[in-house]
Structures are given as structure tokens and as C-alpha cells.
Ligand binder design. Structure first.
Ligand SMILES: NC(=O)c1ccc[n+]([C@@H]2O[C@H](COP(=O)([O-])OP(=O)(O)OC[C@H]3O[C@@H](n4cnc5c(N)ncnc54)[C@H](OP(=O)(O)O)[C@@H]3O)[C@@H](O)[C@H]2O)c1
Length: 304
């Protein structure tokens, strides 16, 4: 029996690496081939390269984990952000539409302005307040227009893992270097482990199989919770101490976003309502604290 080919773009990013790490133990691996492509193997912003590569690989499902993710830099590098996050998605979606492939595209809570006070539903109106969010929204629009029946958008928030750069790893490093740390306490959201996001993507493919049209549209995924970056830092410190990644406890000080100026504004509130995803798929049941423990242990394993 021929296996179905699943291509992953952006394979050296944190989601790309997690998908590869969890693949062998997933239920999909006996029936599907995972083909991870790093940027040097496929730059999604180049239309001809996209078409030639996906033709050659006979891609049935494309997981787009490639993105320009430097939120602050995007404010001064708008062209680069849109090249990956809009044009790159145009190229993938156009190829998928012409070749009856299923595109699973990852997007972000930063498509919202943060003015809400209750969780954003998949149908809530996006209104980005920065270049990164605008470029990601532009990509979403392309998926919806070009693949109304074979395009799935998964928005996630505060993504972290043992791979690459993210808030958890930055906090652990700073907590080992500094005598105290000030952390923003007025941005509210939900963390997402790339492990749980990968599990949701696998569950979609497992459930969708050949009836992918059922799952086109927008889904939200996070590990739940409604916390600030300060709350998250406190949990990281406690778990880091427990796992021996931190030598001593240092004082953490809550500050306002206005005390920590950045090039890009960030949504003050970006909790995603994930109820539709929970209702339709066999999703991970661990809460955000338990998911954090999985990643902290993985970091301890790497460093230990
Ligand atoms: N990180 C978060 O907090 C967060 C939150 C919500 C949603 N998301 C979304 O989740 C997804 C995965 O994010 P992540 O944290 O895993 O990102 P990441 O670690 O920054 O990885 C993204 C990868 O995409 C690659 N890439 C960028 N432009 C490309 C292009 N034109 N062609 C091919 N590859 C390209 C990057 O390569 P180079 O490094 O060589 O450029 C990098 O390896 C993205 O869609 C992101 O928007 C992330």
C-alpha cells in the first residue's frame, strides 16, 4: 500500500522539530510518510521552488510550520514578514488547490487586537495591531479564499518547546543570569506547548483521513488557562527549580507593558476559545501546567 505523503515546511523551527520528534510514536507513522523540509530545502516564498518541490514529492498533506516569527523585527522588515507569511502561503495554497492536497496552516493569536474580555472564537473578527499579525492574517485570507474545502487554519498562542527560542527558554536563561527579573503582568493569554499543538495536528490528520473537507476552516488551540506572562514566569521558575534547571530562586517583579517598551505592540488579551477543536478531535487533556512540565523535563534532559 502506498503511504500518504505529509510535507512539513519550516522543519527547523520549534513546531517543525516537535512534529519530527513526536512522529515515530504517533499513530500516523505506519500509514503516512513525514517529509520535513527546512528553509534551505524549500523557501516557501519562491513560487517555482514550491511547485517543483511539491510536485516531485507528490505531497498529499502540507503542514505549514514555516513563518516569519520575529514580532518586533517585523515592524521594520515588513517585506520579509509578508514574503513568508503571505506570499509563502499563496504559493502553498495555490499548489494545494491545483493538486487536490490538504493544507494545514498554523496561525496566531496576534491576528486579534486584544480588546476583547472573553476568549476569541474562531469566527471572531481579526484586527491585528502589528505587522507580524497583519502578515499572518494576510496568509489566513489566502488559505480561506483558495482552499475553501481543503484548507485548515490552526491559530495558536504563546508557543514554546525545548527547541529554538521561546519565552520558557529565555526565562530559564535570565533566571540563571540575573539577581531579579521584571515580567509583564498586563498581557493575558494562554500558553501552548508545541507538543500539544503537534498532537492536535496529528489528531486532525487521523480523524480527517480522506474527508478533510470536514475540517477546513479556522480552529483554535492552546493549553488553556488565562494567565499573564508574569504568572507564566512564576510557574517556569517553580518547575525549573524542581527539575534542577535553576540554582536559586530570584525575585520576580510584575510590571506593566508600558514599562517594557517593544517595537511591536502586543494584544493585551488573546485567550483563544478552543472549544470547537476540543469537541471535534481527540485532543491532549493535560492542562498548561502539566504541558509545561513535559517541556521543562525535556529541557532538563537535553541539558542534564
Ligand atoms: N512562537 C510563538 O509564540 C507563536 C505563537 C502563535 C503562533 N505561532 C505560529 O506557529 C507557527 C510555528 O512557529 P514556531 O514558533 O515554530 O516558529 P519558528 O521556531 O520561528 O520557526 C519558523 C521556521 O520557519 C522558517 N521560515 C521562515 N520563512 C520561511 C520561508 N520563506 N520558507 C521556509 N521556511 C521559512 C524559519 O527558518 P529561518 O529561521 O531560517 O528563517 C524557521 O525555521 C508559525 O506559523 C507561527 O506564526 C507562533
Amino acid at each position: 500500500m502506498n503511504k500518504t505523503n505529509v510535507v512539513v515546511t519550516g522543519a527547523s523551527g520549534q513546531l517543525g522539530k516537535t512534529l519530527q520528534a513526536l512522529w515515530p510514536a504517533s499513530q500516523l507513522s505506519p500509514r503516512f510518510n513525514l517529509i520535513p523540509l527546512q528553509r534551505k530545502q524549500l523557501d516557501i516564498s519562491r513560487a517555482q521552488e514550491v511547485a517543483a518541490t511539491l510536485d516531485a514529492l507528490n505531497a498529499h498533506i502540507i503542514i505549514n510550520a514555516a513563518a516569519y516569527t520575529a514580532v518586533d523585527q517585523a515592524e521594520s522588515e515588513s517585506e520579509d514578514a509578508f514574503a513568508s507569511n503571505q506570499q509563502g502561503v499563496v504559493n502553498l495554497a495555490a499548489w494545494a488547490a491545483a493538486n487536490q492536497a490538504w493544507l494545514i496552516h498554523i496561525s496566531t493569536d496576534f491576528v486579534f487586537d486584544g480588546a476583547a474580555t472573553s476568549p476569541y472564537a474562531p469566527a471572531s473578527k481579526p484586527s491585528p495591531i502589528g505587522v507580524y499579525g497583519a502578515s499572518k492574517l494576510a496568509g489566513e485570507v489566502q488559505v480561506q479564499q483558495r482552499l475553501p474545502e481543503a484548507g485548515t487554519i490552526i491559530r495558536t498562542s504563546w508557543l514554546y518547546s525545548e527547541f529554538g527560542n521561546n519565552f520558557v527558554k529565555t526565562m530559564l536563561r535570565l533566571m540563571n543570569e540575573k539577581p531579579e527579573l521584571a515580567v509583564v503582568n498586563d498581557q493575558i493569554g494562554s500558553p501552548s506547548s508545541s507538543h500539544s499543538l503537534a498532537a492536535v495536528i496529528f489528531a486532525m490528520i487521523e480523524t480527517g483521513n480522506d474527508s478533510r473537507a470536514d475540517y477546513s476552516g479556522v480552529y483554535h488551540w492552546s493549553d488553556g488557562g488565562r494567565i499573564s506572562w508574569f504568572d507564566f514566569a512564576q510557574a517556569i521558575q517553580q518547575q525549573g527549580l524542581q527539575q534542577g534547571l535553576l540554582k536559586t530562586e530570584i525575585p520576580l517583579r510584575p510590571i506593566a507593558s508600558s514599562d517594557y517598551p517593544t517595537a511591536a505592540r502586543r494584544p493585551a488579551y488573546s485567550v483563544l476559545d478552543r472549544s470547537k477543536t476540543l469537541a471535534e478531535f481527540d485532543c491532549p487533556s493535560l492542562n498548561w501546567q502539566q504541558q509545561l512540565a513535559v517541556v521543562i523535563k525535556a529541557i532538563a534532559g537535553i541539558e542534564g
